[in-house]
Design a binder for this molecule. Structure first.
Ligand code: XIL
Length: 531
C-alpha cells in the first residue's frame, strides 16, 4: 500500500471505530463505584488490623485479618463485575488480590513510619479517614462533574479531625498532623487508583493536565485493542515517527502527509490534543538532502520551507511543537565548544539555528506552544546545566520559546538510573522558574538495566511512574505527560534497541500494569492534595 492509501484506510478505520454505548458507560461506572466502596472498607479493615497488631504484636492474627479483607474484596469485585456484565470494569481495575496486597504493604509502611507509642492513635485516626477519602472516588464515578466539592468537604473534615485529635498524649515528639494527613492521602489514592474505572484521561483533565501517548497510526489501526485504550486513557497524542523530517518530507518537493494526517484525524475524532514531534532534529531520521546540504544558504532554505510547510499545514490543530529535538550532544558524545550537538545545522548555520527554527515555527502558527525537547536532563548535573544555559540564552535573545520537554527515558538515559520524586520535581521547577511550561514528553521506564525478578521490577516500575507523575503534578507549569507508546507490545526499546523490555503502562496483552496504576494514583493524589 502506498502511504496515502494506507493513511486513508487508517483514518477510516479509526474514525469509524464504534464507540461504547452510553448505557454501558453507566454500568461500568456503577461497577467501579462498587469496587471503590469495597476498597474503602478494606482500607479501614487493614488499618484496624494494624491498630490491633500494635496492641498485641500478634502478626499471625494480623495476616488472618488481611486474608479476610482480601476475600471480601475479591467477593465484592466479582459480584460487581458479574452485575455489570462488561469486560471493561475488570480491565480498568487492578486484580483484587494485587490491590489488597499493595494496600496492605502501604498500610504497613505507614505504620512503620510512626513512633510505636503514637501508632495506635494515628492508625485509628487514619482508619476512618482512609475509608472516607477512598469513597470520594466512588462519588466521582456516580456523579461525574461535581467531584471537586465532594473531595474538598472530605479533606476539610479530615484536617479538622487531625487537628482536634492530634498530637495524641505522649506523642508530641512524633509525626505531626502535617505529615499524618499526606500519609493517609497516599494510602487512599493508591487504593482508589486500583479500584476506579475512570480513565487516566478523565482524571488528568480534572487535574488540569494532558496525559497521553506516542502512537504509530498503522499500529493503532491494526490492533483492535489499541483504539479503545487510547480513547479511554489518553487526552493527548504524539506521532512517534510520522511527523519527523525523513518520513514526512523525504525530498525537497515531496511530502508524505498520510500517516501524520491519520494521527491528527484520530486525535480530533477523539477530542485529543496533538503534540507535534519534531521539526528539526540533527541526530536522526533526517533525509539525505538535508544531511548532505552543500551550503548554509541551501540548508537555511530547506529548514524554512520545512517548518513553514509542516507547521502551516496543521496550524491551529497542533497544540505544541518540539521545534528542536535534542539540541545537546548525545550522552556518550564528546562535548563541543558551544555545548550544542555537532550536527549539520550547527555546522552550517552556527548555534543560531535553534532561534531561527523557533522564529519560523512562530510565524507559521502563532498559537502553537514552542518547545525544545531533550533527553537526560531529568537530574541535576553538567548536562542539565548546559541545557539550562542554552534556554537562558534563547530567552535573553527574545527567541519565541514557550516550553521545555523532558524526554524522561527513565532507566535508559542514563542507563540504570531511576527517579527520585524530589529530584525530578526540582528539575522541572528549575525550568518553570524561567517562566516556561514543562512536560514529560517521552516517558518510559526501561527494566533491562535493573536487577531482580520481573514481578519485583514491575512493582518498582509502578513506583517510578508514580514518582514521575507526582513530580509533574507538584509543578503548576508541568502541563502534560506523554508516554513513548502505550503497550509494551510496540515499544521502541524492542524494535529500535532489540531489548527484551516492558517499559510502558500497558502490557503485551493490553493489561494494565503497576505502572498504569501508579500513574493513576499520582493523579488522584494530586486531586486530593489540591482539594
Ligand atoms: C524513536 C522512535 O520511537 C523509533 O520508532 C524510531 O526508530 C527512532 O526514534 N528520542 C526521540 C524520539 O526524540 O523521536 C525517538 O523515537 C526516541 C528517542
Amino acid at each position: 500500500m502506498t502511504h496515502h492509501v494506507r493513511a486513508v484506510v487508517v483514518t477510516t478505520l479509526l474514525v469509524a471505530a464504534p464507540g461504547p454505548a452510553p448505557g454501558d458507560e453507566a454500568g461500568v461506572a456503577r461497577c467501579g463505584s462498587a469496587k471503590v466502596a469495597a476498597m474503602a472498607r478494606a482500607c479501614g479493615d487493614l488499618l484496624a488490623a494494624e491498630a490491633r497488631f500494635l496492641r498485641t504484636a500478634d502478626g499471625a492474627a494480623r495476616d488472618r485479618r488481611i486474608d479476610t479483607a482480601r476475600a471480601r474484596v475479591v467477593a465484592a469485585w466479582t459480584a460487581a463485575e458479574a452485575e455489570a456484565g462488561d469486560a471493561r470494569c475488570a480491565a480498568d481495575t487492578a486484580t483484587a488480590g494485587a490491590a489488597v496486597d499493595r494496600l496492605a504493604a502501604a498500610v504497613a509502611a505507614a505504620r512503620a513510619a510512626t513512633p510505636p507509642e503514637c501508632g495506635r492513635t494515628l492508625v485509628r485516626l487514619w482508619r476512618r479517614s482512609c475509608r472516607t477519602v477512598v469513597a470520594t472516588e466512588g462519588a466521582a464515578l456516580r456523579a461525574p462533574g461535581d467531584t471537586a466539592s465532594e473531595r474538598a468537604t472530605t479533606l476539610a473534615r479530615l484536617r479538622r479531625r487531625m487537628d482536634r485529635r492530634w498530637p495524641a498524649p505522649g506523642c508530641a515528639s512524633g509525626i505531626g498532623a502535617d505529615e499524618a494527613v499526606p500519609i493517609v492521602l497516599r494510602l487512599a489514592s493508591g487504593a482508589a487508583a486500583d479500584a476506579t474505572t475512570r480513565g487516566m484521561r478523565t482524571v488528568a483533565a480534572e487535574a488540569g493536565r494532558a496525559i497521553g501517548a506516542a502512537i504509530e497510526p498503522d499500529e493503532v489501526a491494526a490492533d483492535p485493542a489499541y483504539a479503545p485504550a487510547l480513547a479511554h486513557d489518553s487526552g493527548s497524542v504524539t506521532a512517534e515517527n510520522a511527523m519527523k523530517w525523513g518520513p514526512i518530507h523525504p525530498e525537497p518537493d515531496r511530502w508524505v502527509f498520510g500517516p501524520a494526517d491519520a494521527v491528527v484525524a484520530l486525535a480530533e475524532a477523539q477530542g485529543q490534543r496533538v503534540r507535534g514531534h519534531t521539526l528539526v532534529w540533527g541526530a536522526m531520521q533526517l533525509p539525505a538532502y538535508v544531511q548532505n546540504a552543500a551550503t548554509a544558504d541551501a540548508l537555511r532554505g530547506y529548514m524554512r520551507d520545512h517548518i513553514a510547510g509542516l507547521v502551516g499545514r496543521y496550524a491551529g490543530r497542533i497544540a505544541q511543537w518540539d521545534v528542536v529535538n535534542e539540541p545537546l550532544p548525545g550522552i556518550l558524545d564528546p562535548p563541543t565548544s558551544d555545548g550544542l550537538d555537532d550536527n549539520v545545522f550547527r555546522r552550517l548555520l552556527g548555534p543560531g539555528y535553534v532561534a531561527e527554527a523557533l522564529q519560523h515555527a512562530r510565524a507559521a502558527d502563532p498559537a502553537a506552544r514552542l518547545y525544545l525537547n531533550e533527553n537526560g536532563i531529568e537530574a541535576p548535573g553538567p548536562r542539565q546545566d548546559r541545557f539550562y544555559a542554552l534556554v537562558q540564552e534563547l530567552l535573553a535573545a527574545g527567541a519565541p520559546l514557550d516550553g521545555v520537554g523532558f524526554q524522561a527515558h527513565v532507566g535508559l538515559i542514563p542507563p540504570g538510573q531511576y527517579p527520585d520524586r524530589a529530584v525530578i520535581e526540582a528539575s522541572l521547577r528549575r525550568f518553570a522558574d524561567l517562566g516556561l511550561e514543562v512536560e514529560l514528553t517521552e516517558l518510559d521506564v526501561t527494566l533491562v538495566f535493573r536487577p531482580g525478578d520481573l514481578p519485583a521490577r514491575l512493582a518498582q516500575q509502578g513506583d517510578d511512574y508514580r514518582a514521575m507523575v507526582e513530580a509533574c503534578m507538584a509543578v503548576a507549569a508541568c502541563r502534560g505527560i506523554t508516554t513513548w507508546g502505550l503497550s509494551d507490545r510496540y515499544t521502541w526499546l524492542r524494535s529500535f534497541f532489540g531489548f527484551d523490555d516492558w517499559p510502558l503502562p500497558f502490557g503485551d496483552a493490553w493489561e494494565r500494569k503497576p505502572a498504569y496504576f501508579g500513574m493513576r494514583a499520582a493523579l488522584l493524589l494530586h486531586l486530593l492534595e489540591t482539594a
